[in-house]
Design a binder for this molecule. Structure first.
Ligand code: GRF
Length: 214
């Protein structure tokens, strides 16, 4: 079967991109990354893509008159590469509603919290301050409200005594690297349906949960 043509948008380190690259390199994986776009020329993730022989583009916000023009440049790069699904992986620019609507149910994001808890930034420090027992990550379809949208996979980890934001972030990142390839696989295999803004997987209510013990 044809593999799902996937475009990945990044802004930085690209460790989630790497997890997706590694997953795609395994025989039988149902998606392939055909383009990586960064809004920053110095994003480390661009080197990861180049090493994997994946075409890259830099689309820098400051090169455009406004957000609509920036979004249009992203959209045409994705279309030129015949991208079918967009994965946001640490992409730090807010996208306009026209772009988000154009990629409705064809764009997913990974967020470092168990949504709907802790949308936005500094999620690990906020989780520690709130005293939650478990924290984690969410892979979801992108909607106009930031860090909202039908949830495909959540991965949780315990919050341990002595945690600081860095230690907790590292534990969450490890589960992110399992959750994102799993979510992309489920979407690419056509096992995910969005019904009234909830996800069904194999006909059953989602999301899939990965619960790490440590
Ligand atoms: C991850 O924590 C992801 O959940 C968030 O931004 C971070 C990106 O890290 N959206 P990386 O660039 O994938 O290493």
């Amino acid at each position: 079967m044809a593999r799902l043509r996937t475009g990945v948008l990044i802004s930085g380190r690209g460790s989630n991109l790497q997890a997706l690259i590694d997953a795609c390199a395994v025989g039988g994986y149902p998606a392939e990354i055909v383009l990586v776009i960064s809004n920053r020329a110095d994003a480390q993730g661009l080197e990861r893509a180049t090493r994997a022989k994946i075409p890259t583009r830099v689309v820098a916000y400051r090169d455009f008159a406004d957000r609509d023009a920036f979004d249009a440049a992203l959209d045409s790069a994705l279309k030129e590469a015949r991208v079918e699904l967009v994965c946001l992986a640490g992409f730090m620019r807010i996208l306009g509603s026209g772009f988000i609507d154009a990629w409705h149910d064809r764009m997913i994001n990974i967020h470092p919290s168990l949504l709907p808890e802790f949308p936005g930034l500094d999620t690990h420090a906020r989780a520690l301050a709130a005293g939650v027992k478990r924290h984690g990550c969410t892979v979801h379809f992108v909607r106009n409200a930031v860090d909202s949208g039908p949830i495909i996979v959540q991965g949780s980890v315990p919050v341990l005594p002595g945690d600081d934001a860095d230690k907790l972030a590292a534990r969450v990142l490890a589960v992110e690297h399992r959750a994102y390839p799993l979510a992309l696989r489920l979407v690419a295999e056509g096992r995910v349906r969005v019904l009234r803004d909830n996800v069904e997987i194999d006909g059953r209510p989602g999301p899939v949960r990965l619960d790490a013990v440590a």
